[in-house]
Design a binder for this molecule. Structure first.
Ligand code: PMT
Length: 399
């Protein structure tokens, strides 16, 4: 089931008594960390209310092809593009017939035509209807199109008859849905990443910070999500959009980042990557009002911030912990010292004395070091560096 983590499932519900089981199916899919949106045909709404499905899926339910409100938000083409899998459960005989013959006369059939995602149907109907030659012909057409067919099962039917045509149970359907997806490097793993600077207030208008833009950490979050991970991105104050399928937690200070990191680590975190440039010190006191310019000198007392990555590495449920090191001299030796001192599994060090790498640049060049080995990742875009780094982390994590 972990293959469903982070996957976007569009659940189509058509008219049939088995529609009530779609509620439990949504629960099963969401328990496996899939994001679920629901599309219902007019007939489906006679069996179960859109409100129920909205409450369970956490999204507005889509029912109409020509709904101006829906088109202004997520239109049908966008919805078709959004899905990683369209699962129609229950799929009635009528829907299978319309789908087999390429009809686009309601939202669900249109989505099936417009999507590039895999499609699966879970037939549910009376046993005579299932055995009917027309239904069996439609089934063949759908199978030839590459549509996955889950079930149907056999047994007692709501109409009092007995035979093939029962929709599979929600748990079986969720399992079949998971099997549509391949295992990826980080499938189902919770990856927590810190990014950007921290900001430590001196008074209401002044603060101590650094030049981190968040670009390196955001690139890592994007690539980790693409590799199948469930990603929590703990971001300091930066001006970047949240990558797709990533949960962003916004923080300001090092202490907020520390709290957010430890909370995320307690949530079954497999891999922790500390990309953030955390302020090592903060003002001992934050003035309540703007400090006046009255004297020639002003003295700030700074106190040490907690070391986030060291605390994570020392956690009783320690994840595979990766640090970064921003160095301007003795780059490799200093990183090796940090690797050992902070108890890390791996560290990526960048020489930030140049203009083209490190802080705020779109590029980076790092040397990745772990106990007993290292690898140089030469100058490339931060996305390219993130790709290589996530692959290395995935391999060493599994090893
Ligand atoms: O954000 P960008 O503009 O894209 O720039 C990327 C980057 C240069 C910030 C990034 O590549 C990088 O080097 N990040 C680490 C910066 C840093 O603070 O390095 P450090 O050597 O001071 O810290 C070592 C490690 O300890 C880091 O993983 C850091 O996140 C962590 N740390 C440091 C202090 C602290 N209080 N808590 C920590 O967790």
């Amino acid at each position: 089931m972990e293959r469903l983590a982070n996957k976007r499932i569009l659940l189509g519900i058509t008219g049939g008594i088995a529609a009530y089981k779609a509620a439990e199916l949504v629960r099963q899919l969401r328990d496996a960390d899939a994001d679920v949106q629901v599309v219902m045909t007019e007939a489906a709404c006679e069996f179960i209310t859109p409100l129920t499905m909205q409450a369970l899926s956490g999204h507005t339910v889509h029912t109409d092809l020509l709904d101006p409100r829906a088109e202004a938000g997520m239109g049908h083409i966008e919805l078709a593009r959004w899905a990683d899998l369209i699962l129609i459960a229950p799929a009635s005989a009528d829907f299978m017939a319309r789908f087999a013959h390429g009809h686009g006369n309601d939202l669900l059939s249109t989505l099936c035509l417009a999507t590039g995602a895999p499609i699966a149907v879970a037939p549910a109907m009376n046993q005579q209807m299932w055995a009917d030659r027309a239904t069996q012909k439609n089934l063949l057409i759908l199978q030839e199109k590459g549509v996955h067919v889950f079930g149907p099962g056999s047994g007692d039917q709501a109409c009092g008859e007995n035979g093939a045509g029962r929709m599979l149970e929600p748990e079986e359907l969720a399992q079949h849905a998971a099997e549509v997806f391949d295992y990826q490097l980080l499938t189902g793993k919770h990856v927590v990443i810190t990014a950007g600077p921290s900001r430590e207030s001196i008074d209401p208008v002044r603060y101590i910070t650094n030049k981190s833009s968040g670009k390196m950490g955001f690139a890592l979050a994007e690539i980790a999500a693409e590799a199948g991970a469930r990603v929590t991105l703990i971001a300091g104050p930066v001006n970047l959009p949240t990558p797709s399928r990533v949960t962003r937690v916004e923080v300001m200070t090092a202490r907020e980042m520390y709290d957010a990191a430890l909370a995320a680590v307690a949530d079954d975190c497999a891999i922790f990557i500390a990309t953030a440039a955390v302020a090592d010190y903060r003002p001992a006191v934050t003035a309540d009002h703007k400090i006046k310019k009255s004297t020639e000198e002003i003295h700030l007392t700074l106190v040490k911030n907690p070391d986030i990555v060291a605390a994570v590495a020392g956690h009783e449920h320690k994840p595979f912990t990766v640090g970064f090191a921003a160095e301007t001299q003795d780059v490799i030796a200093s990183a090796r010292t940090k690797l050992a001192k902070k108890g890390l599994d791996m560290i990526a060090t960048n020489d930030v004395s140049g203009q083209n790498v490190g802080f705020n640049s779109d590029n980076n060049a790092v040397t990745v070091i772990w106990p007993g080995g290292h690898k140089v990742l030469p100058l490339a875009s931060k996305r390219q560096i993130a790709k290589q780094l996530i692959e290395l982390i995935g391999i060493r994590y599994q090893g």
